[in-house]
Design a protein around this ligand. Sequence first.
Ligand code: KDG
Ligand code: MG
Length: 411
Amino acid sequence: MRIDAVEVIVTSPGRNFVTVRIITDSGIVGLGDATVNGRELAVVSYLEDHVGPILRGRDASRIEEIWHYLYRGAYWRRGPVTMAAISAIDMALWDIKAKVADMPLYQLLGGRVREGALAYAHAFGTSTEELIAAIQAKLDDGFQAVRIQSAVPGLDGVYGVPHGKSKDNNGAVEDYEPAHRSAKPIEETWNSAAYLRHVPTVFAAVREHFGFDLPLLHDAHHRLTPNEAAILGRSLEPYDLFWLEDVTPVEQQHNLRRVRSMTTTPLAIGEVFNSIHDCYHLVTEQLIDYLRVPPTHGGGITGVRKLMDFAALHQVKSGFHGPTDISPVGMAASVHLDVALHNFGIQEYMQHADVTFEVFSSDVTFANGQLNPGETPGLGVDIDTAAAREFPYEPAYLPVARLQDGTIHDW
Ligand code: KDG
Ligand code: MG
């Protein structure tokens, strides 16, 4: 079975998505997610100008070889753009292989090891009362684990607490960089000292209201120094977090040594990683508990399966990134892995806007706090190419953070 064409579809139903469609000479088609939030068109060029032309005519069944052809066979390796392109090709080839086998993808990964994948929702509030109401709404929706983010007194906007009212972004319940937001990044202010003082008070109020059975998570979005991260981890220990995420910028893996030695709060990292080399020391030195790199950015099913098997040797579990900028195609890939990986931890699940499903269809279901991939052969997803054309690309960016004196701050 030969690859006839590699199509790249850019569409913005609620937000921008880049989807690869591999068409084979047998007529079987596979889908892959290549979305890199805020840098979408760079991946489109990589795929259309450099990957598609060298894949035409190749044997679509040789997934492992194609992975190495694109990764090892290229002089310029790694990086988010290259790896998102490889991820999408790999995902589409696994979709095809599972369709040929007439099995849902998770069966080719060894079959189920659990009945469903525990998912966590996002809850946010500009006040503690609003946050408590938002958590309750997620529990009412069936979630059994919640990430909580709160505005910080004195700061205009904090990432993770969407600007404007929820439900007004093209019907999105929650979204940080929706289509129509603005052609340039918005700017937010940041003050680590104010944040470090405020967050423990939020957790105290939430634990007081909901008790200790509810798994709670929190994301620091890479904003802290190792020492600040250690202070935060220690101050949150009484509130028994499921995890504390992305405490420091990611370039320096050794940053986590200080954090780890100072606090027993579980740590998660890796939504911006794209290869095993980004987290080798984090894993082998057991500096983290959960690894966040999803199949959309970590080299597809092939890349992330290897990464998670390696992590399993060091008791590190998965917690794949699952915001709305992972398309329904990428989400399906994650959920197939979630039910098949022994060292699954939890799955992030930000629900897409209704308008997203005017373009994509997906067999992924959510019930009793868990996600399931469905039984359709392949990934269980499809894209309506005519509907996709109705939602043209619009520039949309992640915000930029500045300190109150104007200095640009870390992501
Ligand atoms: O593309 C980046 C966003 O999806 C990300 O910042 C959201 O931190 C995030 C998360 O944990 O989902
Ligand atoms: Mg995050």
